[in-house]
Ligand binder design. Structure first.
Ligand SMILES: *[C@@H]1O[C@H](CO)[C@@H](O)[C@H](O)[C@H]1NC(C)=O
Ligand SMILES: *[C@@H]1O[C@H](CO)[C@@H](O)[C@H](O)[C@H]1NC(C)=O
Ligand SMILES: *[C@@H]1O[C@H](CO)[C@@H](O)[C@H](O)[C@H]1NC(C)=O
Ligand SMILES: *[C@@H]1O[C@H](CO)[C@@H](O)[C@H](O)[C@H]1NC(C)=O
Length: 253
């Protein structure tokens, strides 16, 4: 393919993300992580992974099965996300939570539509290739679990041969057309009260997947919870805690 064609593809992908840009004050911004809640962590932060990534890693590094968790816009420091990573690690997976934003996650002093322009999940899926290549060189099989922003990242990765399965929890920016490109088993966990990717849209993804041959898929919509329910929830509300725990079990399964 010529470089002009590649550039066109790149621009088309970038435009795609912008077209689906989530608005300010969206549910993507609800319940931002409280960094002061950081407790004991089973894993550690490592620097300089291939591709120049910092990452939180947890679980047995000798495992041949890797789960890459792709964060939402708030990035890899979120305490709840790290607890999720530890729980996945405790089931025997080596878990890698890359800092896709290289120290520049979204925070509420930034303009989300401006920020997303330089932090596109589509571009991130291109940039991450050295990291996945090195994991695969160690003969590891890789699954990606993506939340919100990370849901689009996971979907992009599922069009490559670098992963074997993906799980999207309350994804953002994902289109119905993306479901035509996915090459690997896919699980989608939506939420009844999600205004970013409402249930109707999740059902459209499911419909598109049902017309594929040979793609395994599983779709579930969790009742009475909103966008963010799997990784940014009210930790004192038993119902939201239970919903998030269920979402985690579905992902691990
Ligand atoms: C928000 O991000 C900016 C730029 O990275 C940083 O300087 C600032 O400290 C951050 N604010 C908070 C509250 O973390
Ligand atoms: C954020 O940036 C967009 C695009 O540049 C602009 O239209 C919008 O008004 C900005 N929003 C705020 C709250 O500043
Ligand atoms: C979710 O939506 C349902 C139906 O519209 C509504 O009854 C319920 O109160 C909403 N729950 C939350 C937590 O927003
Ligand atoms: C979290 O849940 C508790 C218990 O249901 C409730 O009292 C509290 O108002 C909720 N906090 C937020 C920020 O919604």
């Amino acid at each position: 393919m010529g470089s002009a064609a590649l550039l066109f593809l790149f621009l088309a992908a970038a435009v795609n993300v912008e077209a689906a840009t989530v608005h300010e004050k969206s549910q993507c911004l609800d319940n931002p992580p409280d960094l002061s809640l950081r407790g004991v962590e089973a894993g550690k932060v490592v620097d300089n992974l291939p591709g120049g990534y910092r990452a939180y890693v947890t679980g047995p590094s000798s495992s041949s099965r890797v789960v890459v968790l792709a964060s939402d816009i708030y990035g890899f420091e979120a305490p709840i996300l790290r607890k999720i990573a530890d729980k996945v690690g405790a089931t025997g997976y080596y878990v890698v939570v890359p800092d896709f934003f290289h120290g520049d996650p979204y925070n509420d002093s930034k303009n989300l539509s401006e920020w997303i322009k330089s932090h596109s999940p589509v571009t991130a899926a291109q940039d991450v290739k050295p990291l996945f290549a090195s994991l695969r060189k160690e003969r590891k099989s890789i699954g990606v679990g993506g939340y919100c922003w990370g849901g689009k990242f996971a979907t992009e990765m599922a069009t490559t041969d670098d992963v074997e399965v993906i799980v999207l929890s309350h994804p953002a920016y994902v289109t119905v057309d993306d479901m035509i490109e996915v090459k690997w088993p896919i699980e989608i966990l939506g939420a009844q009260n999600d205004t970013i990717t409402p249930p109707e849209q999740v059902r459209q993804y499911e419909q598109a997947l049902s017309q594929r041959t040979g793609i395994q898929y599983f779709v579930k919509i969790f009742p009475r919870v909103a966008h963010g329910f799997a990784c940014r929830y009210n930790t004192t509300d038993p119902f939201t805690v239970k919903s998030a725990e269920q979402a985690l079990s579905y992902m691990i399964d």
